[in-house]
Design a protein around this ligand. Structure first.
Ligand SMILES: O=c1ccn([C@@H]2O[C@H](COP(=O)(O)OP(=O)(O)O[C@H]3O[C@H](CO)[C@@H](O)[C@H](O)[C@H]3O)[C@@H](O)[C@H]2O)c(=O)[nH]1
Length: 786
């Protein structure tokens, strides 16, 4: 891109607005999608990219650097115009990798129009909006979004011809003017393996001097759907994409005791939404889905669900990627694991004080984490599995101790005082030991300097001994180490706590599985568990996510890129993806519980076997496994996955402005790097179909019943009550050698998966045919075809 602001703009270049509730506003997985996708999107669009979201004052203050004046005139005029009407807007740079522009609307400042807008959305789209805080916010945000995009579009097209700077939604960073932004990105090594074909369009100009900009608007999830509906009813010339990351009804039906996958084809959507008091939200979701030029979901399984619940077959699947960090030093991630694990050891010493009679060398850390959906996220299965594992480890007289975390976000009244005592007691002990050690050091130095023989008995003074004894007495406790770290707002009704109680997972001395329920996302400022989420995951040995409802499931994917083995289920988009592309996922540390074709009891047994077998692995085997897990990280890199988002844009342009699409890619081929073996977008702009074999995705005849929390609890009490001989003695310490001394020497007999070699790309027998064949059959770069 030319960096001269007054040069005429290249109007064949597209502008891209991405709209999501979680822009600079972390709530759950969509934040991870938009945030981690930024580098590849910036690599593609440069300054022509901007994200829109609602303003969260506290979060934006930490994540966004405000910019006074936009470089783009139409953008500046639009913001001024909206501000002049009293709308408070933060425009700035999101301080993450890629540093894109964000526009955050303060919804409170526009609430004055709520009544008017609610009436309007009923009039133009028949969307009812009863009193509901969430949908009210969605309406306000939607109207602001449509206002902004509409006005920007009008002001931009009024410029004839537009200068280059009109396209600069993000003010260009200071760069060498002789270099193009593409060069700079190359230098920074953030260019994705996308093929430029999906970013290339033809300018649309008319003889009278008027022209059309190519503007894309990508909307994520129902909360931002009103804006999309409005763009459609106002007939705005913007190509729109709607991506659902979970359907409203899907979440609600699964969270209740509905046999979702067998029931799905027969759901009476309006009635079910009405019963759950979400009919109005459902209307927004369905309206946005049908108003978009291109509709996509994050996995085949959610595509199948959308077809039944939203009544539109997605045009394709946009699986979630991650920003994969490559370490220059081989096995660096293993060092990070060792360091992060030390922080978890620190927690264990203090949390289990008074009962800390197990060896940290023989301690394994398991965890589950995510949105608090007990059944959907498979927390019910996890807890039941822990109870069974506990019984099996006791029976086997195992010296392994498992510390199992449950990390989620539930309403609380702060930290539990019992949980705060641990760190305080350990701090006192540490301070005392440090001061006694200093004294001992001083005495050794003095004695040695005098050249008198050292008598070990003289090193500890009687005062030291008294002080130490006091600290050791303080470590006594009459109660058990707490199973929950916070005071839950609804302690008696809390589903996780109730299940832990019914499974009798109480952190008894003889329990080989200890549990820690942390009902707040982990953060480095916590007085109890001061680690950030990445470090927490890295420090653990196994992530466990046997979800019942999971459109994608970032948590096991994040484990994979960090080289941490995990358990997922074949009812999750991620689990299906891995099953589809990797021949033996368990060889690579991804264990997939079969919740589709097995009975709940069989799935439960399978999960317990996975955990028990993992506990029986030697340290060496675990190191090997982590190496193999980390190798799969490339499969999840946005540099591969981002291609699917490019396809959505290309397809949307083809539908919206067929005259702008520069090339026909049907017969084209592209670099092997860009191929990803997932459900593709149909290359025809019409009659779009998901070409994946959706019939085989959770087919109703195959899903045998459902795994209800109640069933698990019953079985839990049977196992939870079992006792066996105490095995609390610290196991024989393994060699004290540092783990990272080992791993370079390890020989690994498991090959690099074909899919990562850039050759086979898809597992043998892979059923999803790519209708847009991105594989490089001829070896000829696509540009030559163009
Ligand atoms: O202490 C914690 C615990 C979790 N997380 C993050 O929370 C996110 C949770 O992700 P996920 O479980 O995938 O999110 P949901 O909010 O349930 O998101 C929906 O949207 C996601 C994105 O498409 C899909 O992966 C999910 O299946 C779908 O349910 C992950 O990125 C975690 O890193 C933290 O940052 N800190």
């Amino acid at each position: 891109m030319a960096m001269d602001p007054n040069a005429p703009a290249d109007t064949s270049l597209p502008i891209f607005f991405e709209i999501a509730w979680e822009v600079a506003n972390k709530v759950g997985g969509i934040y991870t999608v938009v945030r981690t996708k930024v580098p590849v999107t910036v690599a593609e669009f440069g300054e022509r990219y901007c994200l829109l979201g609602p303003l969260s004052h506290s979060k934006a203050a930490a994540e966004v650097e405000p910019i006074d004046k936009p470089a783009s005139l139409p953008l500046a005029q639009t913001l001024d115009s909206m501000r002049s009407q009293g709308v408070h807007i933060v425009y700035g740079r999101w301080l993450i990798e890629g540093a894109p522009a964000v526009i955050l609307f303060d919804l409170a400042s526009a609430k004055k129009w709520l009544g008017e807008w609610k009436a309007d959305i009923w009039r133009v789209a028949r969307v009812p909006t009863p009193d509901d805080f969430e949908s009210d916010e969605a309406v306000v945000f939607g109207y602001l979004t449509a206002w902004f995009i509409g006005e920007f579009h009008a002001r931009l097209t009024a410029l004839r011809p537009p200068p280059a700077s009109a396209y600069w939604l993000t003010p260009p960073l200071e760069v060498d003017p002789k270099k193009s932004s593409a060069d700079v990105e190359t230098e920074d090594n953030i260019v994705m393996a996308h093929h430029p074909i999906y970013s290339r369009f033809r300018s649309i100009n008319y003889p009278d001097g008027s022209w059309k900009p190519i503007i894309f608007a990508q909307f994520h999830e129902w909360q931002v759907g009103v804006g999309l509906i409005l763009l459609r009813v106002r007939n705005l010339d913007v190509a729109t994409m709607f991506t659902t990351h979970a359907t409203l009804l899907g979440r609600y039906l699964c969270a209740g005791a509905v046999d979702f996958y067998n029931y799905l084809p027969y759901v009476d959507c309006d009635a079910e939404a009405g019963k759950r008091m979400i009919y109005h939200r459902y209307c927004i979701e369905r309206g946005a889905c049908h108003s978009s030029d291109v509709f996509s979901t994050v996995s085949d399984i959610t595509g199948w669900e959308s077809e039944h619940l939203l009544k539109r077959k997605p045009d394709g699947v946009v699986p979630n990627g991650l920003s994969v960090k490559k370490f220059t030093a081989i096995h660096e991630f293993q060092n990070l694991h060792a360091r992060a694990k030390e922080k978890l050891h620190e927690f264990t010493r203090s949390h289990f004080y008074g009962h800390f009679d197990f060896s940290l060398d023989d301690t394994l850390y398991f965890f589950t984490a995510g949105r608090y959906e007990h059944r959907n996220k498979g927390m019910d299965m996890y807890i039941e599995g822990l109870a069974r594992l506990n019984a099996r480890l006791k029976q086997a007289n195992s010296k392994t101790t498992v510390v199992a975390f449950i990390v989620t976000a539930a309403p609380t009244h702060g930290y539990a005082s019992e949980a705060l005592k641990g760190p305080a007691t350990m701090k006192q002990l540490r301070d005392t030991v440090e001061s006694v050690s200093k004294g001992i050091g001083k005495r050794i130095l003095e004695t040695a300097a005098r050249r008198t023989p050292l008598n070990p008995d003289d090193l500890l003074t009687s005062e030291d001994l008294v002080l130490l004894k006091r600290r050791i007495y303080a470590l006594r406790r009459d109660n058990l180490p707490p199973i929950v770290t916070h005071n839950l707002a609804e302690d008696a009704k809390d589903p996780v706590l109730s299940q832990l109680r019914s499974c009798q997972l109480f952190n008894n001395r003889d329990d080989r599985v200890k549990v820690v329920f942390h009902p707040e996302f982990v953060n480095v400022n916590s007085p109890i568990l001061p680690v950030d989420y990445d470090d927490f995951v890295r420090g653990c040995h196994l992530g466990i996510f046997p979800s019942y409802y999971e459109p994608w499931g970032y948590t096991p994917a994040e484990c994979t890129v960090m080289g941490v083995p995990s358990i997922t289920s074949n009812l999750s988009g991620f689990g299906n993806y891995i099953e589809e592309v990797v021949s033996h996922p368990s060889d690579y540390g991804i264990y997939i519980v079969d919740r589709r074709y097995r009975s709940p009891e069989d799935s439960m047994q399978q999960l317990t076997d996975f955990m028990f077998n993992f506990c029986n692995k030697t340290r060496r085997q675990r190191i090997n496994l982590r190496n193999r897990t980390e190798r799969l990280g490339d499969l999840l890199d946005w540099k591969r996955m981002g291609v699917q988002y490019q396809k959505t844009r290309w397809l949307a342009a083809r539908k919206k402005w067929p005259e702008s699409v520069l090339v026909d890619v049907t017969s084209a081929s592209a670099s092997a790097d860009s191929a990803i073996p997932l459900t593709p977008f149909n290359e025809h702009g019409d009659g779009l179909s998901v070409t994946g074999d959706l019939q085989s995705v959770p087919g109703s005849p195959h899903v045998r019943g459902q795994a209800g929390a109640d069933g698990f609890s019953e079985i839990g009490s049977e196992y939870g009550g079992a006792t066996s001989e105490e095995d609390g003695k610290p196991g024989e310490a393994e060699e004290l050698e540092q783990e990272f001394d080992d791993w370079e020497e390890e020989e690994d007999d498991v090959p690099v998966p074909e899919v990562l070699k850039g050759k086979g790309l898809v597992k043998a027998g892979h059923k999803t045919g790519l209708s847009v064949d991105l594989r490089n059959e001829t070896g000829r770069p696509l540009e030559e075809d163009v």
